[in-house]
Design a protein around this ligand. Sequence first.
Ligand code: FAD
Length: 424
Amino acid sequence: MTAPSHRVVVVGGGFGGLWATRALASAPVSMLLIDRENHHLFQPLLYQVATAGLSSPDIAAPLRHILRRQKNVEVRLASVTRVEPAARRVWLDDGNAVDYDTLLLASGATHTYFGHDEWAPFAPGLKTLDDALVLRRRLLLAFERAEAETDSARRDAWLSFAIVGGGPTGVELAGTLAEIARHTLKREFRHIDPASAKVRLLEAGPRILASFPESLSEKARAQLQRLGVDVVTGAPVDAIDADGYRLGGVFVPARTVVWAAGVAASPIAQSLGVTLDRSGRVPVLPDLTVQGHPEIFVAGDLATITQDGKLVPGIAPAAKQMGNHVAQTIRARLAGRDSTPFRYRDYGNLATIGRMAAVVDLHGFRLSGLLAWWFWLAAHVFFLIGFRNRIVVLLNWFMAYWSYQRAARIIVGHSKAQREPDAG
Ligand SMILES: Cc1cc2nc3c(=O)[nH]c(=O)nc-3n(C[C@H](O)[C@H](O)[C@H](O)COP(=O)(O)OP(=O)(O)OC[C@H]3O[C@@H](n4cnc5c(N)ncnc54)[C@H](O)[C@@H]3O)c2cc1C
């Protein structure tokens, strides 16, 4: 049997790319899915790996395994460096090029330091599994360093943690870190009291969780404060170095700063030759194609599109819906049918704050506290890819719920970290 001649290349096996690929399973196309990682990652639980609650394989699955039964797709581990729209070709980091008839760009976004890339070594962000492992090591090592420190000012700096950015990721990290300090590490150290650690959440805007209704932002703030987090709003950080950060002109010693702010789209969009938005995202037409290039689709965090006067948010459900829509459009075109414009369906907004604390906004139906936390937990387990992952995550959470223990507290790469000047 000869392979179908229409060649679809998908860049990125995240929510947008993978959902499109799977939705084209029985379509008469031959597909190539290219990703620079070998796995699909469930980013909403990445903070759990960074805070030692889960291990990497619990929230990621190899793309080859996910797609093993889908005969019309090949997977390639490579990084796409640029697109050459005129030649209908993408270039890879190994110097090879791949031709396409239809291209889907779904390479996502990462964080940005708002023009202060020099802060990056001192305030790592959280986007990939590698980032999560670096963060986990830094957070756990900070307590170890504090235990060994004899100078009280230096010890306090090791026990001072700051998270920059009061969006869902910042809130999750701050709440969980406070829980680790107050409960998980209790009675394990002899020279420090981990519960004395200061966890600060720094948000430049007037309130945390700005995408939620104001009443839920307030509830989240109160829940964080109950967990022992100091929430500071309306104060942008103006400097970060190895010793701490400066806020409103005042330097605060803190050896562990985490970056959870800013969005910058994947840089390959620059090679498309279209005007990008301020975050580097590609403005797409209603069918999710690029102006002047009906054969190039963009989905997920890399795309920007307005619906009913509001931007479609950069969240997993939007990326999945875009991926599915791209697949439907490709099928319609191949069958000679008209395609319909993309319509985002907003099912609501969830964020967890820590053990038994979360906020949920389902179009006016609002929950906070324990009930919201159960809802958040069920939704995240349900959406994880793979039966094994669901079971492992559930078991881990069950154990953590009763014992406050976190399963993945083993520090690895420690000696290498000691050689790195930025490793803290
Ligand atoms: C820490 C964190 C927590 C989040 N929490 C939530 C949440 O609770 N709920 C929610 O709905 N959303 C959440 N999000 C947002 C959500 O994860 C994203 O909106 C979603 O992943 C976007 O899907 P995507 O397919 O556009 O990009 P991604 O899922 O980021 O996938 C992009 C893929 O492209 C690959 N890639 C990138 N560049 C290249 C290249 N040059 N060549 C080849 N491959 C490349 C990457 O390896 C990746 O696999 C969170 C994001 C983060 C970072």
